[in-house]
Design a protein around this ligand. Structure first.
Ligand code: S3P
Length: 173
């Protein structure tokens, strides 16, 4: 597989996109970009504040804007926010720009990881345990058809090192 492409990591919140992306960038010696951090830096505020100050639509437009600005002429890892592939034409555009890798996790693993993380996630902050499980199930049902259009689907239930190694092997870098 040609290495001269952007490598996109997609998947639900808690799938490990940022952790895997950081490790992959070391293993492959390429840059790493995290779409949430990128947007926060450019807007000068957290995702939570962006949504409170503006709206979800505004945030989704920001995501789409950055996808439009990506440079396909050099290789880097781009970890998307969990919803990014499912709005505007982002998935289509990413498939045209590079290789899209879906870190597919079971709902149970996502629940475990999200419950144990204190990441700033406005979609989840007010949910009880039962509500979180329900949220994951219904949102995954909506999103699965977007994620599964990825070029490569990896078992994201494993640990970060194992996932990154699998990706390196598949890319045959
Ligand atoms: C979102 C996921 C978050 C962030 C925002 C919305 C989503 O990113 O973009 O809170 O819609 O799934 P992570 O997947 O990196 O947590």
């Amino acid at each position: 597989m040609s290495p001269k492409k952007v490598i996109f990591l997609v998947g639900f919140m808690g799938a490990g996109k940022s952790s895997v992306g950081k490790l992959l960038s070391v293993l492959l010696n390429v840059d790493f970009i995290d779409s949430d951090s990128f947007i926060e830096k450019n807007e000068g505020m957290s995702i939570d504040s962006i949504i409170k100050k503006h709206s979800w639509d505004y945030f989704r437009e920001r995501e789409a804007k950055w996808v439009d600005k990506l440079d396909p002429n050099f290789t880097y890892i781009f970890a998307t926010g969990g919803g990014l592939p499912c709005f505007h034409d982002n998935m289509e555009k990413m498939l045209q720009l590079g290789i899209v890798i879906y870190l597919e996790c079971s709902n149970e693993v996502l629940f475990e990881r999200i419950s144990n993380q204190n990441a700033n996630r406005p979609l989840l902050s007010a949910l009880s345990g039962d509500e979180l499980m329900q949220f994951i199930a219904t949102t995954m049902a909506d999103r699965a058809s977007y994620y599964s259009r990825a070029n490569i689907i990896i078992n994201g239930n494993e640990n970060v090192e194992a996932i990154a190694k699998q990706i390196v092997n598949i890319l045959a870098w």
